[in-house]
Design a protein around this ligand. Structure first.
Ligand code: FAD
Length: 373
C-alpha cells in the first residue's frame, strides 16, 4: 500500500508529490499524458512571489519580466499598471512542469506517466487503465477541472456553463514589446471574460481569451479579431489550443475522508481573472506536506488542510458571488472599470499599492506552507 496516491501530474500534482516525497513517505503519481502539453495550455503569467516559491531561477526556468500592464475595459477605458517593486513573469511553464516531474522521478520510482486513473474503489483502491490496481492511504485529486476522484466518490463536481471559462490561445511569432503585457476585459473581444497578450520575448507571445461557457459565439473569431487589433506587424501562428477552466467557487469540502483536493480540481482559481497557478502550487505543496505529516503520525487529521485553506476559499467565494451579480455585459464592463480605476487611483496615491497587497496575500500562503516543511 502506498502512503499517498496523487492523480494528475501537472503543477498541483507535481508540487504535492515533491513536498510529500521530501517527508520520506511512499508516493505514487498517475498522469495520463506522457509529458506535459507543449506549449503549455496557459498564459504562463505568475507573480514574483510564486516564482520564488517555485525556485524558477534555481531550476533555470526561462522567464520574461513584465514591467507594465496595459488594461482596457471595453473600448472606452484604458489603465496602465507599472510593475517596479513587485514583478510579474511570463515563464516557460512546460519547462517547469517537466523539471518538477523529473525531480519527483529522481527521488521516487512510482511516477506513472501516460497512465490514466479510470476508477476509485473507496477508500483506498485506484484502478488505472489496463486494470492495474494500487492502494493508497491518502488520495490527492490533482486532476484539474475534471475533478475525477471527486466524481468517482459521488461529489457534486458538475459546473454550470456560466462557471466554465472557455479559453483559446495562440502562440504567435511577430514583433512584441517584451516588457508590456496587455489585457482586454469585456466587449468587443471577450464578453464576460478577458483577452490577453503575454509576451514571452520580443518575437513570441501567448495571445488568448477566455469567456463564460454560457456565451454563444465563436471564440476562434473573437481571438482573430483581438489579434488583428493587437498585432500590427506580420505574424505567424505557431500553435493553437482550446481549454477550459473552473471559474466558480471552491468545493465545499476539499477534504473528504482520505481524499484531498488541490488546484483546479478543488476549484481554487480566481473567478475574476482566471489565475490559478499560485493556488495550484500553494494547495498542492500544502496538501502534500499535510498528507505526509498525517502518515508520519505528526498531524492528527487531514482536516487541517481545509482549515489552512479557509481564508483563501472565502476570498474566492466572495469574488465568485460578486461576479454572479454581473448579469449583463454592461454590468460586467462597468464593474471592471470600477475595479481598475480604483486600483489606478490608489496606485497614484501610494505607488505599488495594489501589487503590494497581492504580494502580501501570496506571501501569507507561502508562510503557511513553511509551517509544515
Ligand atoms: C488558457 C488558460 C490560460 C491560463 N493562464 C494562466 C496564467 O497566465 N496564470 C495563472 O496563474 N493561471 C492561468 N491559468 C490557470 C492555470 O493554468 C490552472 O489554474 C493550473 O494549471 C491548475 O493546475 P492543476 O495542476 O491543478 O491542474 P491541471 O493543470 O489541469 O492539471 C491536471 C492534470 O491531471 C491530469 N489528469 C486528469 N485526469 C486524469 C486521469 N483520469 N488520470 C491521470 N491523470 C489525469 C491531466 O492530464 C493534467 O496533467 C490558465 C488556464 C487556462 C485554461
Amino acid at each position: 500500500m502506498f502512503d499517498i496516491i496523487i492523480i494528475g501530474g501537472n503543477l498541483s500534482g507535481a508540487t504535492a508529490a515533491i513536498s510529500a516525497i521530501g517527508k520520506g513517505v511512499e508516493v505514487a503519481l498517475i498522469e495520463r499524458n506522457n509529458k506535459p502539453f507543449s506549449p503549455a495550455h496557459c498564459g504562463e503569467a505568475i507573480a514574483d512571489v510564486t516564482a520564488d516559491f517555485l525556485e524558477i531561477d534555481k531550476r533555470k526556468c526561462p522567464k520574461n519580466e513584465i514591467k507594465e500592464i496595459k488594461i482596457n475595459v471595453s473600448s472606452s477605458h484604458e489603465y496602465t499598471i507599472k510593475l517596479s517593486r513587485n514583478k510579474l513573469f511570463v515563464i516557460d511553464r512546460n519547462y517547469l512542469e517537466n523539471k518538477l516531474l523529473m525531480e519527483a522521478m529522481e527521488k521516487n520510482e512510482h511516477i506513472f506517466l501516460g497512465r490514466r486513473m479510470v476508477k476509485v474503489n473507496p477508500p483506498n483502491e485506484i484502478v488505472m487503465d489496463g486494470n492495474e490496481r494500487i492502494d493508497g492511504k491518502v488520495i490527492i485529486d490533482a486532476s484539474g477541472i475534471s475533478c475525477i476522484v471527486g466524481k468517482h466518490i459521488g461529489m457534486s463536481t458538475k459546473l454550470e456553463p456560466r462557471d466554465i471559462g472557455v479559453c483559446i490561445q495562440n502562440r504567435v511569432q511577430s514583433t512584441f514589446n517584451p516588457n508590456r503585457m496587455y489585457m482586454w476585459w469585456g466587449e468587443p473581444y471577450a464578453p464576460f471574460g478577458y483577452a490577453w497578450l503575454f509576451p514571452i520575448n520580443e518575437n513570441l507571445a501567448n495571445i488568448g481569451l477566455g469567456i463564460a461557457g454560457s456565451q454563444t459565439g465563436d471564440i476562434r473569431n473573437l481571438l482573430q479579431r483581438y489579434i488583428n487589433a493587437m498585432v500590427k506587424e506580420k505574424y505567424k501562428t505557431l500553435s493553437t489550443f482550446r481549454s477550459c477552466e473552473p471559474m466558480t467557487k471552491p468545493l465545499e469540502s476539499i477534504v473528504s475522508n482520505n481524499v484531498m483536493f488541490v488546484g483546479d480540481s478543488a476549484r481554487l482559481v480566481d473567478p475574476a481573472s482566471g489565475a490559478g497557478i499560485h493556488n495550484a502550487v500553494f494547495s498542492g505543496s500544502l496538501a502534500g506536506l499535510i498528507a505526509a505529516g498525517h502518515i508520519n503520525g505528526e498531524i492528527e487529521s487531514l482536516n487541517i488542510y481545509q482549515e489552512m485553506m479557509k481564508s483563501k476559499m472565502n476570498r474566492i467565494t466572495r469574488t465568485y458571488k460578486n461576479k454572479c451579480k454581473l448579469t449583463t455585459t454592461k454590468k460586467y464592463d462597468k464593474a471592471f472599470q470600477r475595479v481598475f480605476s480604483t486600483i489606478n487611483i490608489l496606485n497614484k496615491i501610494i505607488p505599488n499599492f495594489y501589487q503590494g497587497q497581492i504580494a502580501r496575500i501570496l506571501l501569507k500562503d507561502i508562510k503557511k506552507v513553511e509551517l509544515f516543511r
